[in-house]
Write a protein that binds this ligand. Sequence first.
Ligand SMILES: Cc1ncc(COP(=O)(O)O)c(C=O)c1O
Length: 485
Amino acid sequence: MSSARRKRLTDPRIPSTLRCGEDTAPHHRRFGSGRCYDKDQAQRNERNCRRDPEAGRTSGVCSLENPDMPPSPTLKMNLNQRRQFWEPLIQEGLQKVPTPFYVFSSSPVELALAELKAVETNLGIPVRHWLSFKTQPLRPLLGWWRDRGGGVEVVSEFELRAALAEGFLPGQILVNGPAKHRWLHRHEIPELRVNFDSAAEVRELLPMALKLDWQLGLRFFTSEEFDPESPDWPTQFGFAPDEAVEILGVLRRAGARIETAHFHLRTNVASPEVYSRAIREIAGTCRKAGFTPKHLDCGGGLPPPGLRSRSGKAYDAEFSLEKFAESLHQAIVEFPSLEELWLENGRFVSARSGVLVVRVLDVKERRGLRQLICDGGRTMNALLSIWEGHELFAMPRRAGKQCLTTVYGPTCMAFDQLTRCNLPRSIEPGDHLVWMDAGAYHLPWETRFSHGLAAVLWHDGRHLSIAREPETFDEWWGQWKREHS
Ligand SMILES: Cc1ncc(COP(=O)(O)O)c(C=O)c1O
């Protein structure tokens, strides 16, 4: 091994998951470089991988081989650098499963958490990051998060059951979301953490909370929250200030263990000022109620760097983590009783941790527009392409003259457009297109529109494995009963 390489392997500034193994041979070289799915080959690959004594520590898939790659943990890489990380994984994925498929990796999640470390310095109290289950309901991610001791935020009965099945302890599970009284009474779990969302929840669940010693919180509704589609109207979550004061009195008189003040503003919050105003408002309400929370749970909402709306506006154009850190400092001043700050960022943590890979099936051209029809797209795999514009690149790399191109999925819907942008004219049927930043809100919004669900691959920082096989016809059609009873 070269000394430069050894240095990179041991460089403490590079997270271990992004340090390359000793074997630098890309997997597509070791496992053959055919572009199409070959099940026999895939099985041979799995067998070889298991037999290969090196395989346990060398995937050769991560590409910090590139000396231009920044040594510090940052995701602010350009498309080319990020492409170098994903390409070998995708090459390997193409040997394992048919397109369309997602590849998700723990490495960018780890880097996003490292970025968030910046807001934790000098706060004087710990910051706890809850994994937002709904954002990325991916089984191996849950296991990875659990193994590093993290907690998970759930908002439904299925999510709670999944968290328990994956081995999270009750104290590592935070139950959020509206209308929990419909289902939470079925789960007699001691020492759960529950943030109440309404007076009806409190009425119905308080006896259970007292009996099972639940650690409770209250979600506050602030004047910063509005319906994103009709901003004149409020959202439906949490307690308005007067309701909060009243219910805090009820909880205190009942002797409940009420410890957390919670708010979640919305996704892609435009500026840290919005957090500051919300924190100030909630602090005022808590003072009025005589409530001194141990935890302030600021929810999610941080915009991931580099992500853009379909019109090209960067969601983080007016956001900086340094300014967000100031908002958190303000929280410590406003709430002298705080022992921990909690964050539940979904998008920021996982958006950059995945890609969607589709294959070009057909090409048309009309009215000056080139049209690529692919085997995956918006309708089935990327609903949020309705409002988000993600980077996209071709494999193999294509160069030359570019032209305005729309990338479509295979469904019989004009709506099924992943993106419209300038792409090389040289892209042809059989090429693969990679839709970046598919790690948040893609899986939960998948559809089975005319087709089965796509395969999912998981990269744990070293190895790539199949997390979910593509849905078969029998699974797709077999969900229906044969006869009506
Ligand atoms: C209560 C709560 N916490 C966290 C999140 C995650 O939000 P984001 O992905 O914008 O960080 C959401 C998203 O809807 C939420 O409702």
